[in-house]
Design a protein around this ligand. Structure first.
Ligand SMILES: N[C@@H](CCC(=O)N[C@@H](CS)C(=O)NCC(=O)O)C(=O)O
Length: 208
């Protein structure tokens, strides 16, 4: 979503995760945690962690500046991005990892712990709702990286934990607006792929 919103044209190398390409010695040289994504610069420098990659790309490309222009904008945008990544996005992903039967083979699941994340997600969502009642976007009147993290957090909380923005709320209207933005096309593609992955696991469990 970030590179689409910025209009950055860059080569993307897909890795075959189910066959473990991200754990090959060659890839572990680039990213010792064996995770995607990794940004590889022309001089061979490798950078991991999605938000750090986004920040770097923002700094080396032209407007729109999705991390903000001036010090106080940059601080406010980063504050919201971090609040939403720590308070909504990561707990929603963890909730899915620890509760979905389809991913049980990949995680040492602890469903009780997952349930304990619910209160924090709900209060972060309600704080976001109040903010969006006052402003068009998460960090003010312009679309920023905080909207991307917030949108993914809201969608994952909805799909994985069943926590939904109230119908007719400013939060629901904002999520709908972001969802129809051009940059959200990759999100819709990814959700489709996850659906296919889960269906394939369900089918293979049924036939076993
Ligand atoms: N904190 C990392 C998380 C990266 C991450 O969790 N990547 C997942 C895919 S979304 C992955 O590579 N999973 C495979 C694995 O951990 O083996 C980031 O923000 O980039």
């Amino acid at each position: 979503m970030f590179i689409d919103e910025k209009g950055i044209d860059m080569p993307i190398v897909d890795l075959d995760l189910p066959s473990g390409e991200h754990k090959s010695p060659e890839y572990l040289e680039k990213n010792p945690r064996g995770q995607v994504p990794t940004l590889e610069l022309d001089d061979g420098t490798t950078i991991s962690e999605s938000i750090v990659i986004c920040r770097y790309l923002d700094e080396v490309t032209d407007a729109p500046r999705l991390f903000g222009e001036h010090a106080s904008d940059r601080a406010r945008i980063s504050m919201w991005e971090r609040v939403l990544e720590l308070g909504l996005f990561i707990p929603a992903v963890d909730y899915g990892h620890h509760t979905l039967p389809e991913v049980r083979p990949y995680f040492d699941q602890c469903p009780d712990w997952a349930e304990s994340l619910r209160g924090g997600m709900e209060s972060t969502l309600s704080m976001l709702g109040e903010q969006l009642g006052r402003h068009e976007f998460v960090a003010g009147e312009a679309f920023t990286v905080a909207d991307i993290t917030g949108f993914l957090g809201v969608k994952y909380a909805e799909v994985l934990a069943g926590i939904k923005p109230p119908d007719g709320s400013a939060l629901a209207a904002w999520a709908q607006t972001v969802s129809t933005r051009d940059c959200a096309r990759s999100f819709h593609t990814m959700i489709g792929l996850i659906g296919e992955f889960i269906e394939a696991i369900d089918q293979s469990n049924l036939s076993n």
